[in-house]
Design a protein around this ligand. Structure first.
Ligand code: FAD
Length: 328
């Protein structure tokens, strides 16, 4: 694998976790052939301050594009700039996240360059002259292995499928101009409005409190919300059973056909631990399970387990977390 270009996604002037995931995956590809990782970082003036963080996660070079009109994501400008850089840099691969931004960008870049792309990549392996990836097919019923031999291979990574790793590299900063005038973009994002919950996104949250059918009724999700609020930095997730029943929005679903997450802490409340759910959360650093059935499969992956009724255990846990937080 030659040098690899990674798109470092940001929002509101902050790097997103998927940016570190992209750089980590790019590092693995580049290392297969002793190549370099170049991270493309775009945003409003000041975004360059985030370059150091990319260097700490394996970027040899950070290509910084600053422009006042890039405070919000601009697919046209980002795609034109990424494609122009990919052409000049003769990269072996260009790595995006399969986040909302990345889904918008990666196909545009592939089309501009006339090269193939693999979407929603779960794992990858670099070899001289090619890259092999796995990604889901047929509504996640199968996992396909693809080998891309065109250069560059355009990849979008499933958020959460790659755990950011600290690998300190130079993180040398180079300034780049946008490949088109942002003022001439045909679509301009005027404003970004935070979702109703005010909670962090599932992909970025260090803590996720997730609920399943064991909560018995939609209104009992209030207990999960309260525990998430007590942590302060937690998002709320759910199982497919719960999303299918309309207790929670589909966007909260974690698992094979939902989001893949890898937070520092995952609290599974009333979740049996079906293989399809585990597929989306088993890489969490610490898993705590609350289930009244001590034989529930979730306990096989849990670091800590509480056997009991969620309706009693969760309020007690919430009180304990609040107390612990007050003590600090
Ligand atoms: C193709 C396919 C894709 C799928 N994709 C996904 C996916 O992406 N994500 C996903 O989650 N699922 C997915 N599923 C569904 C999956 O197989 C399970 O059906 C689902 O995860 C079960 O959800 P659950 O754990 O909430 O419910 P259940 O399996 O019904 O488990 C409820 C758990 O709650 C416990 N419980 C009950 N009462 C209490 C109480 N009072 N206190 C504490 N514990 C209690 C029970 O002991 C049980 O373990 C998929 C299935 C298929 C076929």
């Amino acid at each position: 694998m030659a040098n690899v270009l990674a798109f470092a996604e940001s929002r509101g002037g902050e790097l997103r976790k998927v940016a570190l995931e992209a750089v980590t995956a790019a590092r693995a590809l580049a290392d297969a052939e002793g190549g370099e990782v170049h991270a493309l970082l775009m945003g409003a003036p000041g975004i360059a301050a985030k370059a150091e963080q990319l260097g700490r996660h394996g970027a040899d070079v950070v290509l910084v594009v600053e422009h006042p009109a890039l405070a919000n994501h601009s697919a046209e400008v980002a795609a034109a700039t990424a494609a122009a850089r990919a052409r000049e840099g003769a990269y072996g691969a260009v790595v995006f996240s399969a986040s909302a931004q990345g889904k918008d960008l990666a196909p545009r870049v592939a089309a501009k360059l006339g090269v193939p792309m693999a979407a929603d990549v779960l794992s990858l392996e670099g070899a001289p002259g090619s890259v092999s990836v796995t990604h889901p097919g047929y509504a996640s019923k199968v996992t396909r292995t693809l080998t891309l031999s065109a250069k560059p291979a355009i990849l979008s990574l499933r958020p959460g499928a790659f755990t950011p790793a600290a690998v300190t590299k130079a993180g040398r900063v180079e300034t780049l101009a946008p490949a088109m005038d942002p003022a001439s973009a045909r679509v301009v994002v005027k404003e970004m409005v935070q979702g109703r919950s005010g909670k962090p996104d599932l992909g970025d949250a260090p803590v996720i409190v997730s609920g399943g059918r064991g909560l018995r009724a939609a209104e009992n999700f209030r207990l999960v919300e309260e525990l998430a609020d007590a942590f302060g930095n937690a998002a709320v997730g759910c199982t497919r059973a719960v999303a299918d029943d309309g207790w929670r929005p589909q966007s909260d679903q974690i698992g094979q056909t939902g989001r893949t997450v890898s937070p520092d802490l995952y609290v599974a409340v009333g979740i049996s631990g079906a293989i399809q759910h585990l597929a989306g959360m088993r890489t969490a650093k610490t898993i705590v399970a609350i289930n009244r059935d001590k034989e529930a499969p979730i306990f096989k992956v849990a670091d800590y387990g509480i056997v009991g009724d969620a309706l009693e255990v969760v309020p007690a846990l919430t009180a304990a977390v609040r107390e612990a937080k007050q003590g600090h």
